[in-house]
Design a protein around this ligand. Structure first.
Ligand SMILES: CC(C)(COP(=O)(O)OP(=O)(O)OC[C@H]1O[C@@H](n2cnc3c(N)ncnc32)[C@H](O)[C@@H]1OP(=O)(O)O)[C@@H](O)C(=O)NCCC(=O)NCCS
Length: 180
């Protein structure tokens, strides 16, 4: 079973229902949720419903959207994780509270999931969906080696599809391009 994923500034662990208040602080912010799902989540009960789905997904598949915990403060600052799609692919996503943007945490969280997916969970390929104007998220994906591969409709909006295969994945320590 996949254990806590430990990074430099953050750690990732499965959500519990104790995380509802911290998660709701993130999911209820319209600016954070501008490009996520159906936008800001209006009630703590709705956030609890999302966390229950993540917990059920974890039980079913051994991975899910997990809590991103700031290692200095111990606070839950957002989510990052993997979800199985109805087409049978595995999709990566991440959402962080606004005050934690711009510090490399999304790149760190996504990198931890890439290592887990390709080296521990034996997932052959990941996809990620992102709307074209969400340049920060696209940059995170591109830094990690994802490449654009068409587009699709999700939540009634056009999304770019990015994909990365285990065979083309170059973990940070193995990269020769100097990217972090
Ligand atoms: C997208 C998001 C996860 C990025 O988190 P983050 O911790 O700020 O990301 P990082 O710091 O690891 O990396 C962001 C990179 O994009 C760059 N970037 C950010 N905004 C940008 C913009 N508007 N245009 C171009 N580049 C941008 C940053 O400079 C950084 O690149 P660098 O490391 O080369 O300097 C965060 O903004 C977020 O949670 N947004 C709301 C939820 C969301 O949109 N999730 C993704 C849905 S697809």
């Amino acid at each position: 079973m996949l254990g806590t994923l430990l990074g430099t500034t953050i750690e990732l662990r499965p959500f519990t229902l104790d995380d509802v208040p911290a998660a709701h602080a993130v999911y209820s912010d319209p600016e954070v949720m501008r490009w996520v799902g159906r936008g800001a989540v209006s009630t703590p009960a709705a956030t609890e419903g999302m966390l229950r789905q993540y917990i059920a997904h974890q039980d079913a598949h051994g991975f899910a959207f997990w809590a991103v915990v700031d290692r200095t403060s111990g606070r839950v600052i957002g989510d990052a994780g993997l979800a199985r799609t109805i087409e049978g692919e595995v999709e990566m996503g991440y959402t962080l509270g606004r005050r934690w943007w711009g510090g490399g945490r999304a790149t760190e969280a996504a990198g931890l999931w890439l290592d887990a997916a390709f080296r521990q969970l034996d997932i052959p390929r990941l996809r990620a969906l992102v709307e074209a104007p969400n340049l920060g998220s696209r940059h995170v994906l591109e830094k990690l080696g994802f490449r654009q591969d068409g587009s699709t409709i999700a939540f009634d909006r056009v999304h770019l599809v990015y994909r990365l295969s285990r065979t083309t994945y170059a973990p940070k320590a193995d990269r020769s391009d100097g990217l972090t």
